[in-house]
Design a protein around this ligand. Sequence first.
Ligand code: H79
Length: 452
Amino acid sequence: MDNKWTKYVSILAFAGMLVFLFLLTNIQAQTDVFQETGQERDARMEWWRDARFGMFIHWGLYSIPAGEWKGRPVRGVGEWNMDRGQIPIEDYEPLKEQFNPAMFDADRWVRIAKEAGMKYIVITTKHHDGFCLFDSKYSDYDIMATPFKRDIMKELSDACRRHGLKMCWYHSILDWHHPDYLPRRGWETRTAEGADYDRYIDHMKNQLTELVTNYGEIGVLWFDGGWEHEAGMHRAEEIIAHLRNLQPSIIINDRIQLPQDFNTPEQEIPDTGIPGRDWETCMTMNNTWGFKKNDHNWKSTEDLLQKLADIASKGGNFLLNVGPTAIGEIPQPSIERLKEMGDWLKVNGEAVYGTSASPFEAPAWGRYTQKALTDNITRLYLHVFDWPNDEKLIVEGLSNEAKYAFFLSDADRRQLGMSRNGNLLVIHVPRRAPDAVNSVVVLDIVGKPGEK
Ligand code: H79
């Protein structure tokens, strides 16, 4: 009897061990794809961290109704037109027959981004309405089903490559059109019967494969709309492993219910950045992502430039949106603001690109960014929004030796006078601000800030 039990127990234990080993190697195989050293990760993230400023483009069928439906305003953001207007698929889908953006010129869009000082472009390959702006063999609801019949993603990715910008894809997991996507909206009449979310994920995986194999190198895969299900339902690990397998250096955001490479605060700038994480604030210039003809609530260039400095001072990126019209034009107010931002960046870009977060709390007059010049010299950039009226720019809490100060806009780098009072450094500046929005003073100090 005893003997028999021991035999059973050991067989069971052996079997258990086999199962355990099997699971372990399987988990190993799954996680291998994500395994990289800190150095490898830094190398992969380098271009993105240096870039600091990118263009978001929301474009799709919703740019045709442009915030209305049958002559009536639809509340909410433009790209939500179908849902906010409770428009059934059979009414919304025919918009594809009208999509014919005669003015679309990929080179022009990329030049606008480049002139603005933006280093990458993230465009909606597909938004929640399910319409695909790329040529997909897995969907008839794509750009090839429109009179336009030109693969917009192909033209844009080629243009980006020509101009040296990184092409990045926004892709919505949420899909109001695909029959297998679940759940249904509360207002629609389609039944959920026969729908199979797992089959939807197969479909999404196929389309993502197209997006990362047919258009050369892709900088970022920017998921959205993943909040209706958990990571497991999306088969997020499998999808990500698949993408990383096809493009090992791709950067992936946090919206497929796994943290991945960076966080994505939307329409907000976190108070103190996001410690320990890379992050990017995405934001609109007016109140909508997709074009709305009656949204004229534009942020000022001053506001946008100060937001860029604020974000850089907290170690983040700024993904600023444009919503082109149905004929393929970026709205003029957006173009004007981007041009002005570019003019500022041409002079002051050094204070933004490749910098890291401020070592100090934000001063009353503006923001700091910083860059290590050599092992022993740190360059502080003083972004002065509010110019002092007593010719004294005060740097508080600086224990390091201050070597040299000058205006970034001064090609001759004439040295500004400085005096000290303990940890208070006074930089002697002219009465008039060199720049009405953000005057950058460069301050080179010995060692790292905070060190003697
Ligand atoms: O693509 C842009 C948005 O459409 C998308 N993310 C950015 C980049 C986004 N989808 N959903 N959300 C963000 C959050 C959901 C917001 C909602 Fe609403 C509040 C859905 C319903 C109420 C905003 C306001 C959308 C419709 C009305």
